[in-house]
Design a protein around this ligand. Structure first.
Ligand code: TYD
Ligand code: MG
Length: 463
């Protein structure tokens, strides 16, 4: 026993709530993720039995033999159709059996509603689904379900927070899909810290992972996010699960965006767009129209640009408001896009085309509340700022996209064709694009004017 690690003697351990870093003493700043004030004390029991299980595979002779690629049998991954196109798209074409999917998002954004709808559709296909809620009573669930429509008998509900009871129910009923709402309410008896703490969340996820893999059950885990916008105990969880989906959106606006930030069975960055309605979430299959809805006519500081999320182009209106500053120190604000990026672009505009922005406040906003960090928005942001500064509206039927470099050059971006096609589909007449893409896009697109620009000042001359 003397040879054992010091750590096994300690009864309480401090965990960073942001990255799961473990320490025997409290620290102000986490050495792992450099966040401040994230350490919380948790009691843990030494995991003696669990580690014993791990090593026993060798002694029982059940160890895995290394194989070559040709020895691996391939079969097409069976994917279940959720009958929600936008949800299938984010998953990479449907639900893979035996996968563990984390759905994160702010409280009240619609996670339970979405998963109840998914559960309803899956059970409608005669799949056995078990919805386990630790947050709501059966009556509350029924109230919600009544708003959403009819549900089949193969969808079962359970109110439970004790993980061993959950496990028991799963083993007895052997469902094909389970939904855990939410992981923060689940408690594992072998861990003595409170539900929702890093070690509880981690242990519960590990148990659910074992269930998913050994019984080939698809498991959805709902996770609440902290005010910093991360699932509690997030990075630890993100490593463990197969797929991480974030459900986001402005609570005051009706649309919601489901985003895949990690996906072992499909591409990431794919998004699905939904609208919260009286009777649950409805798919938005034409997000560009949705984003451009209510766009002002002939207003200065408004430019339409195109971002690509996953494989889908979405048109977005960039708005800028540049006004004389009232205080000595000019204000800059960015909504929906990176604040530092906006600052950088303003510096480029000052230095490269001599726009005197020093005495001006500048507000940049992506209309519709979309959050986009893609550099292809740069040209749109620059043009919106210039347009507002000069108080000159840009024609309504123009879109602009391209990355802007520090010398004011406009650089090429990927998927130019699909961006132009999306613009054409929505009736735009002119695309301002990076010079490097001009020839290619002129060849590939008919009926829409393509103007290539090499620098921001070239683009400015157009307005
Ligand atoms: P919910 O799914 O409970 O959110 P979460 O599980 O992420 O906390 O959604 C709650 C919100 O959705 C609530 O404010 C009411 C609204 N809502 C509708 O607008 N229409 C509906 O049909 C349903 C079921 C909910
Ligand atoms: Mg909920």
């Amino acid at each position: 026993m003397l040879g054992g690690k010091m750590a096994t003697k300690i009864k309480t351990v401090f965990f960073c709530q942001s990255c799961g870093y473990e320490s025997s003493k409290w620290m102000g700043q986490c050495p792992g993720c450099r966040e401040w004030n994230t350490f919380v004390e948790e009691t843990v029991k030494p995991a003696s039995k669990a580690s014993g299980k791990q090593s026993s595979a060798l002694s029982t002779g059940e160890y895995n033999k290394p194989v070559s690629l040709s020895e691996i049998e391939m079969r097409d991954e069976e994917r279940a159709d959720t009958h929600i196109g936008e949800f299938n798209r984010v998953l990479g074409g449907g639900l893979v059996r035996g996968s563990l999917i984390l759905v994160g998002g702010d409280p009240g954004i619609g996670k339970s509603t979405l998963l109840l709808q998914v559960a309803g559709n899956l059970s409608g296909d005669k799949r056995d689904v078990l919805y386990i809620s630790g947050e709501e009573s059966l009556r509350q669930i029924k109230l919600r379900a009544n708003r959403l429509g009819k549900f089949s008998e193969s969808l079962k509900f359970l109110c439970e927070t004790n993980l061993s009871n959950v496990e028991e129910a799963i083993v007895r009923t052997k469902p094909e899909v389970i939904i855990i709402d939410s992981i923060q309410t689940m408690a594992n008896e072998s861990v003595s810290s409170a539900p929702g703490s890093v070690s509880q969340v981690r242990e519960s996820t590990a148990v659910l992972m074992r269930i998913a893999k050994s019984m080939n059950i698809t498991v959805f885990i709902v996770g609440h996010v902290t005010k910093e916008g991360q699932v509690a105990g997030p990075r630890v969880l993100e490593h463990m699960v197969d797929t991480v989906l974030y459900f986001e959106g402005d609570r005051h606006a009706s649309y919601r965006i489901l985003r895949a930030v990690k996906n072992r069975f499909g591409s990431t960055n794919e998004i699905g767009v939904f609208e919260m309605q009286e009777k649950g979430l409805a798919e938005v299959t034409n997000p560009s129209e949705f984003m451009l809805d209510g766009r002002p006519e002939n207003a200065s500081g408004s430019v339409v640009t195109c971002s690509v999320e996953g494989t889908r182009p979405i048109l977005i209106e960039v708005q800028a408001l540049v006004t004389h500053t009232n205080f000595g120190f000019p204000r800059r604000q960015a909504n929906g896009t990176d604040y530092n990026r906006v600052n950088l672009l303003m510096a480029v505009l000052e230095k490269r085309i001599g726009l005197q922005l020093g005495d001006f406040d500048a507000y940049v906003n992506l209309a519709g509340g979309m959050k986009v960090a893609e550099p292809s928005l740069d040209l749109g942001i620059c043009l919106a700022i210039i347009s507002s500064f000069k108080n000159k509206p840009i024609s309504d039927d123009v879109i602009a996209f391209g990355e802007v470099g520090l010398s004011g050059e406009v650089r090429s971006v990927s998927m130019g064709e699909s961006r132009v096609m999306e613009a054409q589909k929505l009736g735009f007449k002119t695309c301002i694009v990076p010079k490097a893409l001009e020839d290619k896009l002129k060849k590939s697109s008919k009926g829409i004017e393509i103007i290539g620009v090499a620098s921001v000042s070239d683009a400015m001359k157009l307005i």
